[in-house]
Design a protein around this ligand. Sequence first.
Ligand code: HEC
Ligand code: HEC
Length: 151
Amino acid sequence: MKKLLVALLSVGALLSGSVLAELDNPGGTGGLESLRGATELEDTRPADSFKKYPREQVLDSSFVYQPPLIPHNIRGYEVSLNANKCLSCHSWKNAKEMGATKISVTHYVNREDAVLSDVSPRRYFCLQCHVPQANAKPLIKNNFEAVDSLK
Ligand code: HEC
Ligand code: HEC
């Protein structure tokens, strides 16, 4: 009974707290401008439209040892403890049959520089380094330029 009372009281406290917060802070964020535009906290803004993922490699590398961009859609591709969808096409075993590029030997080297017989754990989560190329405009301007040897 005592516990129930405490629970009821704290729910009450929470409720009156949120009512007060609303009075203190009308309009949520107050319409602060961000890279996504100004939205009030309590509004759900419409989702952005899907990006296009060109199928051929249209974006070249801009520095040596850049992980190549992914020239295909990866929506729904699972990379987890149980499965690695990327390797079902890109592993040395499957690449030929799937017509995909093999992962390179560097993906077999562990951090002690030993060459393993399977993908190195530090290369398992492909999307840490590889991202799909998309028709996305940079959110903010930048002056990055490719190294001379790749221009
Ligand atoms: C159904 C097979 C398939 C799956 C699954 C797949 N790929 Fe690919 N990938 C390809 C093929 C085929 C190519 C060759 C280019 C093309 O035709 O799109 C390619 C190209 C690439 C390239 C460019 C390689 C180069 O030579 O520059 C990268 C990087 C890549 N994929 C990464 C990934 C990653 C990361 C995943 C998982 C999120 C993944 N792929 C899942 C088939 C696949
Ligand atoms: C730690 C960063 C990193 C991770 C994680 C990683 N890669 Fe790479 N990958 C690279 C870099 C850097 C290159 C280019 C240089 C090289 O070949 O090592 C590359 C090259 C590739 C290539 C092109 C190989 C070639 O011969 O042109 C493919 C395909 C690829 N990676 C697929 C994958 C897949 C699939 C995974 C996940 C199983 C993965 N990578 C995980 C960094 C990474």
